[in-house]
Design a protein around this ligand. Structure first.
Ligand code: GLY
Length: 310
């Protein structure tokens, strides 16, 4: 079996002038992650590399480019999970870390805990030599303008989220040639969220999950809805019952739509190398690399393929 990586750059509701930048960004992230697998790196290394690439790319709502909360500040969440051991690490509400996914990995590997939040996460980062960045340096001019414009909306979590634009979490899932899986997520959350609000992205079983028995999932979409239905775990439950990763994703996303009126998307990979990128929102930017090259898309049912020299 050949290794596979699938990444997403978040869901969105309508075409944007930045569509090409989103597509270029996810394609580059998927290729970065696949390079790691090709060189013999683990799926954990691959998903971390892919998510770091999107955190460093200011078109995405993660790391540099994260959206602002109601107080005009960045607060980011991230998760990483190893399907071999079920070990995971996460950070919530971090303000001054350029690559929250790497801090999440350090929580997993260097502490006795699973989740660290805000000040404690920053203190831990400093204690292990992860450099913090000045407050505000992760904020783009474009986000500052959008924040000012959208501040007038009172109901950001429903009307605007569903009908205007939203590209929230970035995420990645990977499987190596012997069936080890991993997932990672990273996000600035939802613009104008309350200070201290934590979404689905850093919560295992909700924003992501990885288990060598069934597969790895990274979700995107309305965090409160994803939390209510434990979306990532729900998808893998269907896989455990024998359904394909595509059908499992569709069933769980539809359940979230029917049960709590929530929209979202996900990327999933199975230990045997099956993969899917599925949405109930209008759009989600995603890319994958498998033995047939680079795949990518943005609109529903879109699947473009480019050959790579693998
Ligand atoms: N899905 C990311 C969030 O709601 O924070």
């Amino acid at each position: 079996m050949s290794a596979v990586i699938v990444v997403h750059g978040g869901v969105m509701a309508k075409p944007e002038e930045l569509d090409q930048a989103f597509l270029d960004g996810v394609k580059a992230a998927a290729c970065d992650g696949f390079e790691v697998l090709k060189r013999g790196g683990s799926p954990l290394d691959a998903v971390e590399a892919a998510v770091r690439a999107m955190e460093d790319n200011s078109v995405f709502n993660a790391g540099h480019g994260a959206v602002l909360n109601a107080e005009g500040e960045v607060e980011m969440d991230a998760l990483i999970m190893d399907g071999k051991t079920l070990s995971s690490g996460a950070v919530c509400s971090v303000t001054d870390i350029a690559n929250p996914v790497s801090l999440a990995r350090a929580v997993m590997e260097k502490t006795d805990h699973v989740i660290l939040t805000s000040r404690g996460a920053t203190q831990f980062a400093e204690s292990i030599g992860i450099t913090t960045v000045p407050t505000g340096s992760l904020v783009t001019e474009c986000e500052r303008k959008k924040w000012k414009k959208h501040k007038s909306y009172a109901t950001v979590l429903n009307e605007e989220y569903n009908t205007q634009w939203a590209h929230d979490t970035v995420g990645a899932v990977a499987v190596d040639s012997v069936g080890n899986v991993a997932c990672a997520t990273s996000t600035g959350g939802i613009r104008n969220k309350m200070a201290g609000r934590v979404g689905d992205a850093p919560i295992i079983g909700c924003g992501g999950y990885a288990d060598n028995i069934s597969g790895a999932v990274a979700c995107t979409g309305h965090g409160e809805s994803i939390l209510k239905v434990t979306l990532a775990r729900r998808i893998l439950l269907h896989v455990e019952q024998g359904k394909s990763v595509a059908e499992s994703s569709q069933l769980a996303l539809q359940y979230m739509a029917d049960r709590v009126h929530g929209a979202g998307g996900c990327v999933v990979v199975s230990p045997s190398g099956q993969w899917a990128a599925t949405i109930t929102t209008k759009r989600m930017v995603w890319a994958a690399v498998d033995h047939d090259g680079l795949w990518y898309g943005l609109d529903p049912n879109e699947r473009f393929n480019e050959q790579l020299t693998l």
